[in-house]
Design a protein around this ligand. Structure first.
Ligand SMILES: Cc1cc2ncn([C@H]3O[C@H](COP(=O)(O)O)[C@@H](O)[C@H]3O)c2cc1C
Ligand SMILES: O=C(O)c1cccnc1
Length: 336
């Protein structure tokens, strides 16, 4: 754990100093991939996944042995505006459920062989209603970024971040509108299950909030329109970038957090892939802005890191093939 407070200024410096993927490991992995007992390209996207992971780990023949899932939780003042189908007390109730092992992500993390932690962030102190004031102060933002930064185990070899926070699809929609423009209605979706009237109220809230703050940087967007769990995901994803730990992004809220990092530093998400396409309406457009193509499309709209956790076994399988298969020479198989 670092004693340093991870302010936006500190994080900007860390992101610009972060190393990129290892070109030597990448070309050694490419050479190995070309020698494996299969027609060239026959494992499709699994091959590209393995090469990407090998480059980020600096190891031409890696396996995933220590994946980490972290679920951050925070509460949102904007819930007072009737923008979720569920009441805000569900956030703390779900944290208890995560701790007892009863949520969807507990099962998915276990099935993927990943450890899972839950980090609850000041649940009794919701962010400010961002239609009236910035969601967080500078200190609140730094505390949340630091909590995210410190939650990452530097020994992990894969990171998945997720969230729990009633109201946070409104926060994510506001972030997307502030960063990418368009209409509020393009980014506001049903979340936990709003009806049409709820969705149009939510779009109005999103439009008002973005007009009030008009943030200019990724971190200011996070401070004005984010939430503690959203900022913590950004801190964790940035830490992973600095440690060379590959990341699988989850749904709409996770990707909104990631988008704030990308707005600060164009290469901030090069170590990240998209685990799944959420059924939340604007996730596809957001993934397009991030330049990511999701691995899975199973109609999930849950958050909690669930879609990303589901993609862990797929990435593991890609590496089992890459690192475990015999070469043509080893197996005595004739080349084409
Ligand atoms: C029981 C329950 C479990 C959840 N797990 C994740 N979410 C998801 O729903 C919330 C976002 O949707 P909205 O913006 O509409 O409130 C977040 O907490 C997200 O993680 C849940 C929501 C509920 C109700
Ligand atoms: O895409 C998500 O992560 C999502 C969608 C709806 C509700 N909660 C999360």
């Amino acid at each position: 754990m670092t004693e340093t407070t991870i302010t936006p200024a500190v994080l900007r410096d860390k992101l610009s100093a972060a190393k990129g993927p290892d070109a030597v490991a990448r070309s050694a992995a490419e050479e190995r991939n070309a020698a494996l007992t299969k027609p060239p390209g026959a494992l499709g996207r699994l091959e590209e996944l393995a090469l990407w992971y090998a480059a980020w780990r600096g190891d031409a023949r890696p396996r995933i042995e220590a994946p980490q899932v972290v679920v951050f939780a925070g509460n949102h003042g904007v819930t007072a505006r009737g923008i979720s189908a569920f009441p805000p007390e569900v956030t703390v109730q779900m944290v208890a459920n995560f701790q007892a092992g009863g949520a969807a992500v507990n099962q998915l993390a276990r099935a993927a062989g990943a450890r899972m932690e839950v980090v609850a962030l000041d649940l009794d102190r919701p962010t400010a209603d961002f239609c009236e004031a910035p969601a967080m102060s500078d200190d609140d933002l730094a505390a949340a970024l630091t909590a995210g930064w410190n939650a990452v185990d530097p020994q992990a070899d894969l990171l998945v971040t997720g969230e729990m926070g009633i109201g946070n699809t409104t926060s994510a929609a506001a972030i997307a509108l502030a960063l990418y423009g368009g209409e509020a209605a393009d980014w506001a979706g049903r979340g936990t299950g709003l009806d049409d009237e709820g969705v149009s109220r939510k779009a109005q809230v999103v439009a008002e909030a973005v007009a009030l703050h008009a943030p200019e940087t990724g971190f200011d967007t996070l401070r004005c329109l984010g939430g503690r769990e959203v900022a913590a995901m950004a801190g964790a994803i940035a830490r992973a970038r600095c440690e060379g730990i590959p990341v699988i992004l989850d749904g709409f809220i996770c990707c909104a957090a990631a988008a704030c990092l990308q707005a600060e530093n164009a290469g901030a998400l090069d170590h990240a892939i998209a685990g799944h396409g959420s059924a939340e309406q604007a996730h596809e457009a957001l993934l397009g802005k991030l330049g990511k193509v999701p691995l899975l499309n199973l109609g999930l709209r849950l958050g909690e890191a669930s879609g990303a956790a589901l993609a862990i076994p797929l990435l593991k399988a890609a590496l089992e093939c890459h690192s475990g298969m015999a070469t043509f020479a080893e197996a005595g198989v004739s080349g084409g």
